[in-house]
Design a protein around this ligand. Structure first.
Ligand code: ADP
Length: 412
């Protein structure tokens, strides 16, 4: 290579004296720079070529491990390689002539049918698909489905290239399980700390006012005494409510909430809680809209009454005195939809899903004071789901909220 000449020139630079020699030497250096540049360009091309070769090699290596199949228009297997058959625990002969979809997990079939249809329009599809091993286990794969056209026009078959990614998938699932366990541990810790906080607050208040009343040497006037006792009374109610909510919550979570279901008219359920509803809405206008001829529902009357009270209580808490609250029931297929609507402050739409979470409170009805448990809607949802129904909310900030739930119509 020219390399020898240039290194000689370089070694001689130190010994140069005359301007002619310096000129010569600069020329040589210039030449060297040019050659170096050429060499670099060559290397760059070489590096690109190497990269391309290594990518091709990787693809070939993948192909060697890949399963392949070919199916006709009727989805029957016309060809399957040994790797593909091994992946599913069969020999190629055992798979030939069978419907490819029969080797796939049920939840994957629709996607394959869609992708095969896309193939008919000349589109190649790639994605994750689950096959079923002969022993019943899941085989997760990355699969490419290519259409085959005869004479460049008619779609005659489809061709699949399949890579087994079961090990990777299992590792991902194991990681997900660890993540879920960590999450559930964190939730448990949060729950215990929430419960302790909720119990401690009313207890501290009861203890404080009782101690004040019992203090030697202080004579409280009648009005103060009455105020103290009233607060103790309210806090005791709050504690009782909290304990009963907590019991309901743990019954729901353990799946042991027992329901005493029977056939009831919605009007009967409303009657059973009418006194409480009237008391709750004494400063609001309560409107009840019940179309005549509504079918009866098969429910636990006491529990549905509890939900109505809860929703109306919230409607009262989060809307202005004098505003309207509407309870309505409407038939829908084999269900009845019951709703409680208010014209109150509403709930921001990004928080609508969260209001049914355990202990979740958007903000207290009375600023700076927690006057609920954040368990009400969580329990409502649990009770409705135990009746195979659904509960949801529509709301607009500043306009109001409408909570609706569905109940199953009686069979007879
Ligand atoms: P709470 O005991 O706090 O009322 P809930 O589970 O019944 O607990 O309600 C959860 C949160 O949903 C409440 O704290 C409140 O922020 C919001 N919320 C419930 N009902 C309404 C409503 N009718 N209007 C506005 N916000 C509501």
């Amino acid at each position: 290579m020219k390399h020898g000449v240039n290194s000689h020139t370089l070694e001689s630079v130190d010994l140069l004296n005359s301007p002619a020699e310096i000129k010569d030497s600069i020329r040589s250096l210039y030449q060297l720079a040019l050659e170096a540049e050429q060499l670099l360009i060559g290397n760059e091309q070489l590096a690109k070529e190497l990269q391309r070769l290594s990518e091709n090699y990787q693809r070939l290596e993948q192909l060697a491990q890949a399963g392949t199949w070919r199916i006709g228009q009727d989805n029957r297997i016309a060809f399957v390689n040994k790797r593909m058959a091994e992946m599913l625990g069969y020999s190629p002969d055992q798979m030939l002539g069978k419907n490819l979809l029969g080797f796939m997990a049920a939840e994957t079939r629709k996607k394959v049918i869609d992708d095969l249809d896309c193939g008919k329009q000349g589109i190649t599809r790639q994605g994750e698909f689950c096959f079923k091993h002969k022993n019943g286990s899941d085989v997760y794969t990355l699969m490419e489905i290519d259409p085959v056209f005869e004479d460049n026009s008619e779609h005659t078959a489809s061709y699949g290239l399949v890579l087994d990614i079961t090990e990777r998938k299992k590792a991902e699932q194991a990681l997900q399980e660890v993540d879920n366990l960590r999450r559930s541990e964190r939730l448990k810790t949060e729950l215990v700390s929430n419960i302790s906080h909720e119990l401690r607050a009313p207890l501290a208040s009861i203890k404080g006012f009782t101690t004040a009343l019992l203090q030697h040497g202080i004579k409280w006037n009648k009005k103060t005494q009455h105020d103290f006792i009233q607060t103790i009374d309210q806090e005791t109610d709050r504690l009782t409510r909290l304990v009963s909510d907590l019991l309901d919550m743990s019954r729901l979570e353990a799946g042991v909430l027992s329901l005493e279901k029977d056939d009831y008219q919605i009007s009967e359920i409303l009657d059973s809680v009418s006194k409480m509803l009237t008391n709750l809405t004494e400063h609001h206008q309560l409107q009840v809209v019940l179309p005549s001829g509504l079918p009866s529902v098969f429910v636990d009357q006491m529990r549905i009454g509890q939900i109505l009270i809860n929703l109306v209580e919230n409607a009262v808490k989060y809307s202005k005195k004098g505003s309207q609250i509407t309870i309505e029931a409407q038939p829908a297929d084999d269900k009845i939809i019951v709703s409680v609507a208010d014209r109150g402050k509403g709930i921001p739409c990004e928080l609508l899903d969260r209001v049914f979470d355990r202990f979740y409170q958007v903000e207290s009805a009375v600023p700076g004071q927690r006057n609920g448990t954040g368990l009400g809607l969580f329990i409502c949802r649990g009770i409705i789901e135990a009746h195979s129904g659904e509960i949801g909310v529509k709301s607009k900030v500043g306009k109001g909220s409408k909570f609706s739930f569905s109940l199953p119509v009686s069979k007879s």
